[in-house]
Design a protein around this ligand. Structure first.
Ligand code: IPD
Ligand code: CA
Ligand code: CA
Ligand code: CA
Length: 273
């Protein structure tokens, strides 16, 4: 179904998504080719094929843009739009055939994220957002859940690949688990953000996300009325990302700040846009 919003850059993003989908269906290999930053960080031929297809589709019609992807880094020219591509967000799930993984594509201009599209390859759902035009799933306009106290919140999270960051994340989780309704670790940050936008989670947090993990999903949350901070003081050099409805967003950010201070030292400001 055509989305009820319209933007020329959205057309490019959706065409690139389609090119990525075709590459997925052509390649469809779940075998781990190699691990990258750690043994828990796999890559498949499908990740690489999708990224090539998405990048080529974007640069084919917008040769003066810059495309930055997880697997191949930068291609094109800096200056106009900057695209952030996660060819498969949730590669570990993909290698186990767990149907929670996505292609995530964002286009950014000088003011930040302009367009975000996230396609869940398990459910065939496509989350779409255009700055100022809302966030959509098919013809349904998305809205974050109404704010609830943290103690009543179902909160999504995830873990970095770096072992020392993971160790701290484990301590944060241990401190948070009795302060919320429950915690979910589904395994794909872009979808976790879209699910927050769709009201399937109350809120979400993670330390150490990369720009391609969160750019599209964060726009989907903001256009669904939520707040997102991607630059809170986290663990070492890894920033903390928090998303949720106004009210719960602040409570969760502040609580995480306190917990992080307990487990590893002082924490900076809570700010959102
Ligand atoms: C990962 C997933 C995971 C999150 C990690 C990400 P990848 O992305 O989004 O849920 O916890 O931080 O790196 O490697 O599957 O694209
Ligand atoms: Ca990866
Ligand atoms: Ca990712
Ligand atoms: Ca990825």
């Amino acid at each position: 179904m055509a989305p009820p919003i319209d933007h020329p850059v959205l057309d490019v993003a959706l065409a690139a998504l389609d090119a990525g989908r075709q590459a997925l269906w052509r390649t469809d290999s779940r075998a781990v080719l190699a691990t990258k930053s750690s043994r828990s960080d796999p890559v498949t031929a499908t990740d690489r094929a999708i990224e090539r297809a998405v990048r080529d589709a974007i640069l084919g019609v917008r040769p003066h843009d810059l495309v930055v992807g997880e697997e191949f880094g930068s291609a094109g020219e800096p200056g106009r739009l900057r695209w952030l591509v996660d060819p498969i967000d949730g590669t570990v799930n993909f290698t186990y055939a767990i149907p929670y993984a996505a292609i995530s594509i964002a286009a950014l201009d000088a003011s930040g994220a302009l367009v975000g599209v996230v396609w869940d390859l398990g459910s065939d759902e496509t989350f779409i957002a255009v700055r100022g035009q809302g966030a959509w799933l098919g013809d349904t306009r998305l809205a974050v859940r109404p704010s609830v106290p943290l103690a009543d919140a179902l909160v999504g999270t995830g873990f970095a690949y770096d072992a020392s960051v993971r160790a701290v994340q484990g301590r944060v989780l241990a401190a948070m688990i009795d302060q919320v309704r429950d915690v979910r670790r589904f395994g794909a940050a872009a979808l976790d953000l879209c699910w927050t936008a769709a009201g399937r989670l109350d809120a979400y947090f993670e330390t150490g996300l990369k720009p391609w993990d969160e750019a599209a999903g964060a726009l989907v949350v903001r256009e669904a009325g939520g707040l997102v901070a991607t630059d809170l003081v986290g663990i070492g050099d890894d920033a903390l990302t928090v998303a949720g409805p106004p009210g719960l967003f602040e409570e969760l950010s502040e609580r995480l700040g306190e917990v992080l201070a307990d487990v590893r030292g002082p924490v900076g400001d809570v700010s959102a846009s």
